[in-house]
Design a protein around this ligand. Sequence first.
Ligand code: NAP
Ligand code: MG
Length: 517
Amino acid sequence: MIPYGPEPFTDFSNLKEAQALDAAIAQARQESGANIPLVIGGERIMTEKKTKSINPSRKAEIVGHISKADQAQAEQAMQSAYATFKTWSKVPPESRAGLLFKAAAILRRRKHEFSAWLMIEAGKTRGEADADTAEAIDFMEYYGRQMINMAKRSNDLLVPYPSEVNRLEYIPLGVGIVIPPWNFPLAIMVGMTTASIVAGNTVVLKPASTTPVIAYKFFEILEDAGMPAGVVNYLPGSGAEIGDFLVTHKLTRYIAFTGSRDVGLRIHELSAKVSDGQMWLKRYIGEMGGKDSIIVDKDADLEAAAQGIVASAFGFSGQKCSACSRAIIHKDVYDQVLTRAVELTNQLKIGDVTDHSNFTGPVVDEFAYNKILEFIEIGKGEGRLMTGGNAPMADLGYYIEPTIFADVDPQARIMQEEIFGPVLAFTKANEFGHALEIANNTEYGLTGSVYTRNRMHIERAREEFHVGNLYFNRKCTGAIVGVHPFGGFNMSGTDSKAGGPDYLLQFTQLKLSSEKL
Ligand code: NAP
Ligand code: MG
């Protein structure tokens, strides 16, 4: 098989690349505001009821008018996926993988176009958008190869037995409901969708309501790559209106979800209940929220630590499940790291993401905006506001300044609850063990990072810091497919490890057949 490495990030200091991206932005702007249909069994359906997707950098700009499925259409999508499963599940793994490789090739050719849509629909800067697109390509290249390897290796897993031919096969599950979040609206949506279909399942894809256009654009790539009708059904609609219906449907075999803790728990609970006529136990693959810490030890490289904290906290306005929202600093170096982090934060420019001098853009929508501003008010009662706290250019878009609070109690709300915005809380630790204790004191367990030069402390943290993705002397965001398999513990989800060697196991079941000769 052809080996591959992670898709390189675009070097925008190369003028040709920068201009190509800007041209793609202009083009996307021109195409903005189109009507987007549902696609069920390959058929396009325009509904009367529509939702708007808007550009959070300029909230007057409409990115698309999206058809909105009701329960009757959700039922049609289920029937389409169920019927298509009978044929798609028989397509050999190599051919299914071929679809992913072709789609990856198309996306690679149209990289800037997709990054441009990510910029105007989700408010990502070009660097963040480019990384999202690269990750989507990586997921397809990785899962395609994974599926081929799994199909080959299955028979080698068995111990030979005299006068018998024994066979072990990874077979698909059935109809999967794929429910992605808006914050990696391309990569995570692509990852869960293509893992599903490469394993032989069929999908009802309900995109996040804030970022349905980018999902539709990708759906079109799957069609261009030769995906048969009905393998993926594109079904935008409100999670509240059709979510429960899809999750509790008797034909639903599994749910692949990434999103918040509360919605994840609801889906987990609903999916455990057996509906009338349901023939199986549903599987729940759920990646949920985070409340991620960076620990700085007393003998760490303090400059690197401050840089890492600021990048992890404020990249994409803190709207990453892996974002650092808690800085836990050894008391001996607390003032130094805090002062430097505030200094670095004060240099960050925010504004429209199409102005590339801006470090970060807006938060994604009005709901997020209001929730984050509420948390900033709570923070004012829980800590010392060091920088930020304001919402500038409110007429233009959903901008919130990168905000730092100091001297926050580890049990305070802004230390415990996921804010999902540019809000960072500092707290002081007496010694390294105390820092680890604070780091583990939330109900989440997604990412974490430790800056230290002390080898014993690295080993101690490796054992005690209870997170799915632990980093040393680097930022806690920016996992790469196949390099840093991603997923968290506790209320951060089922630790499905997206982009990891066992991810596809969750989308398959193993069948043994044994023939006596
Ligand atoms: P969210 O509000 O939970 O929404 C996620 C998805 O669930 C959306 O498509 C949403 O649809 C849908 N949904 C809402 N209610 C539903 C219901 N009752 N039944 C079925 N689906 C329903 O999360 P978000 O705001 O999009 O994303 C941010 C969250 O995702 C954060 O908590 C972040 O930590 C987490 N996240 C986790 C990871 C990870 O790998 N662990 C990665 C990225 C993000 P609508 O848009 O229509 O409401
Ligand atoms: Mg939007």
